[in-house]
Design a protein. Structure first.
Length: 482
């Protein structure tokens, strides 16, 4: 290397300062993302040192909301985040691909097939941005980088725009389904377990609903130490927010009525975990389910709705609602149900209208409104809208961080319902305890732990989650609770 590098010697702290200065020169979050990925590929130690030093600042760049743009622009990335790519063409040869991964002590594998990336739909192999982003979050929360393996399963894409894009880096074919798809997942998980051990945590991320529940149950039955963050992680962070909101409203959990807008994997998981929390508190399960409502793409999920709007098995436990009739209007549903909490996770922007928020205020002194869809462009409403339309009475949280809002002289800091508060601690707790499986009880313990970490200062400005600057401490607390 003589003559190929400058003569001046630097210490690691100076390299971190240099990387931080390079970030400061970037004008947009996406420019910062590219800069950080380049750093990760060229100087991994400095990358992770910078991430540890500036966690709160960098998480919105490496994870939501910027990671959504990174997935959309994945084909234009000259340097992409490191990860393992396994395609349908690799059937029968996956173990050799896993053997090529340079780390020898992987403890957590983050798998996606890219079919339902955030609220952006099918992004194919561009979904690696999410698997890599989740791995970066694990690292930010104290998990050793060498323990992490992001995996993109490429079984094609049904996104015609990607198939026609000359810069798309994945297979140019429609998605393979059925037995062949299952066989690829089986071989991938078996290869990971074969090299790194049966207790390797298998983290499923951003699979479409058609496969999310099915894959989770299938691999749980196989004895894998596994969870789906979109189902269980989102459920835990949502329930944590509901528990936290009660410290603002001074209500009891058993007295709340919750309306979940969107009945996909996120909200069904949250609804089920909420029921578990209430039952654990001594409330009868039938009574509990009578106060938890789902609103899907057809309308309110209640028995007796039109036959063409059949209720699937995962929604059926919430359909028994005597005295509440079907409606396809969310505005009307809010009037009929009179929820204390309105939770959105349907990726339908601006659906929480002024009339709906005003209706919530008519029967709640402090209406709780969670707009959890992300990225920001998919949020059901903005923080400003929630506070202005409620005249400052709403308890608001979102799936992407909104800036503080000042309304009539009072400044509110919206809560950030970030799964990153949950899944790193759950994984760490599972690994530390030697648990053979990851249970719903662990996620409920995580939710209760997170809710307990919200300070009086946070609550005073309307935040029902702790600040992201404390995410590493939250992971430790969650891990201990799990």
């Amino acid at each position: 290397l003589d003559g190929l590098i400058p003569a001046g010697a630097t210490v690691p702290s100076v390299e971190v300062e240099r990387a931080a200065a390079a970030l400061e020169a970037c004008d947009t979050p996406m420019q910062k993302y590219r800069q950080l990925v380049s750093l990760q590929n060229t100087d991994e130690k400095t990358f992770y040192a910078l991430l540890e030093a500036k966690t709160a600042e960098l998480l919105p760049v490496l994870y939501t909301p910027t990671v959504g743009d990174a997935c959309l622009q994945f084909g234009t990335l000259v340097q992409r985040p490191p990860g393992l790519y396994v395609s349908i063409e690799d059937l029968g040869n996956v173990r050799s691909l896993v053997n090529n991964w340079p780390a020898n002590d992987v403890r957590i594998a983050v798998l996606t097939d890219g079919e339902r990336i955030l609220g952006l739909g099918d992004q194919g192999v561009n979904g690696m941005g999410i698997a890599a982003g989740k791995s970066m979050v694990y690292a930010a929360c104290g998990v050793k980088p060498g323990w992490l393996l992001p995996v993109q399963v490429d079984n094609g894409t049904n996104n015609k725009k990607l198939l026609d894009d000359p810069l798309y880096v994945g297979l140019r074919q429609e998605r393979v389904r059925g037995d062949v798809y299952d066989a690829l997942l089986d071989e991938t998980v078996e290869a990971i377990q074969g090299r790194y051990g049966q207790r390797t945590v298998i983290h499923w991320e951003d699979f479409a609903p058609r496969n999310a529940f099915r894959n989770l149950k299938r691999f749980q039955a196989k004895g894998a130490r596994t969870y789906n963050d979109d189902i269980q992680g989102t459920a835990a962070v949502t329930v944590a927010g509901i528990l936290g909101s009660l410290r603002v409203t001074n209500g009891k959990l058993s007295e709340q009525t919750v309306l979940f807008f969107g009945a996909g994997q996120a909200n069904i998981g949250a609804a089920e975990l909420l029921v578990k929390a209430l039952v654990e508190d001594g409330v009868d399960e039938t009574q509990t389910r009578s106060n938890v409502f789902l609103f899907d793409s057809k309308g309110l999920v209640v028995d007796g709705r039109p036959a063409e709007f059949a209720i699937s098995d995962d929604k059926a436990p919430f359909a028994a609602k005597p005295g509440v009739s079907f409606t396809s209007s969310l505005e009307e549903a809010v009037k009929r149900v009179k929820p204390t909490h309105l939770v959105g996770a349907a990726a339908q922007p601006n659906v929480f209208t002024k009339k709906i928020i005003e209706s919530m205020c008519a029967f709640n002194p402090r209406p709780v409104v969670f707009a959890l869809s992300n990225p920001t462009s998919k949020a059901e409403c903005t923080a400003t809208q929630a506070y202005e339309w409620s005249k400052g009475t709403a308890v608001f949280a979102s799936g992407t961080l909104f800036a503080p809002v000042t309304y009539k002289g009072t400044t509110f800091a919206p809560g950030f319902a970030n799964n990153a508060f949950i899944f790193p601690g759950v994984a760490a707790g599972s690994l530390a305890s030697g648990a053979s499986s990851v249970t719903d009880g662990m996620f409920l313990a995580a939710a209760r732990s997170l809710a307990s970490r919200v300070s009086e200062e946070n609550l005073a400005v309307g935040a029902v989650y702790p600040p992201t600057s404390t995410i590493r401490e939250a992971a430790i607390g969650v891990g201990a609770a799990v």
